[in-house]
Design a protein around this ligand. Sequence first.
Ligand SMILES: [Zn+2]
Length: 503
Amino acid sequence: MDSKLVIYNTLTRQKERFEPLNAPHVGMYVCGPTVYGDPHLGHARPAITFDLVFRYLKHLGYKVRYVRNITDVGHLEHDADEGEDKIAKKARLEQLEPMEIAQYYTNRYHAAMDALNVLRPSIEPHASGHIIEQQQLVQQILDNGLAYESNGSIYFDIEAYNKRAESTGSQFRYGVLSGRSLENIKDASRELDGVGEKKNQADFALWKKAQPEHIMRWPSPWSDGFPGWHCECTAMGRKYLGEEFDIHGGGMDLVFPHHECEIAQAVGSMGHQAVKYWMHNNMLTINGQKMGKSYNNFITLEQFFTGNHPLLEKAYSPMTIRFFVLSAHYRGTVDFSNEALVAAEKGLEKLLNAISDLERVQASAECDAETKKVVTELRQKCYDAMNDDFATPQVISYLFEACTTINKLVDHKATICADCLKELKETMSLFAFDILGLKAENKGSNDAREEAFGKVMDMVLELRAKAKADKDWATSDKIRDELAAAGFEVKDTKDGVTWKLNK
Ligand SMILES: [Zn+2]
């Protein structure tokens, strides 16, 4: 299989031709959610980005095994080595089992991702279900002399790791992915926690001894405890995708420390890196500000879908959010604002309307020259954009160009032959629905339908009243009987006619 796809690799900082290790098979691992709160925009962007990658690779004919984990243990507050486990803390606050918290928010996450038309991954492993694999990883790193025990906890020894890299000429020093030097890593970690039981500030936990109050704990050769946050992805990636696999993805906020530590763990346990292409989506801002609970601009996906948040002027449908995310390149920043979302909503409507209008277009004997040019170039232009590191903004701009042609065809200001009409329909549907993953949404909410329904009933009852006033009993009885047969109960009261549906 010879595709022209190039992917930007965070590790090499350049675009590289995509050549899978074992074509036609592709292994892709993406860091999934830590399930202790409602899914928000920060979850939507990586999910949509890697859904696009998943869909496109499958379209190109690859057999993709897509693994996206659920973090339900080991992720401590502030992404640090100290502090409470995020899930355990929520469980304590809500007086629930930690696994009830994990299940509840996993369900919520799935529901939101389904709404965004994000396909489910091939395997969705839980960190808590892979404690043995993580312990094996820790033991291998210990056996290789690159970790040490301290008070029942195990830490990765970065100094020993870097010395080993120097003596073997390996490029995989700690900091290779993020481009950070050990000095500024030490400076950054100084503020978060003291050296405590670590040899060096930058060392990170592979296994943590559980404090007495810590309820999520497992026995190990070192202590009753739990794995460090970074272990799960290294252990589960290896288990399901092998010692080497093609793509590892996640948000840019995971480059350091999470993915930096994953590389160190892989090299420290196996002697080599696991991942061929490291891919990272850029972050989101809201009205130009970073999103976070402390900024008062934290908006969950459900709030976007319902419009129930002070910063939102209205509700935005899941497809509007998806279209908006895809309107920017995944490595560019995205700033959410009401204006930008309204623009995305209009753009999406224009695109979907044009695709549905295409069904009404009749083929002529011949195309006019301009239509022929647009149609014959469309597919290749979209492929070229996708092959250039998934350039969705370009794909969308080409689809919009085609919309202009479709509108001319609908207005009989252009003509198209049967072959080109078929090609245009196929290309629009392929890129809009199969690859970008858009779909038509029900116009109007249930409320709007209910309102329209009420108006129709008012009209029917008015006709009945008029028939009665005209002493047209045949008509008024017919309306009453037909309504009753359809399940409506109509009552004449002093204050007028009331009705209800007995179904
Ligand atoms: Zn991860």
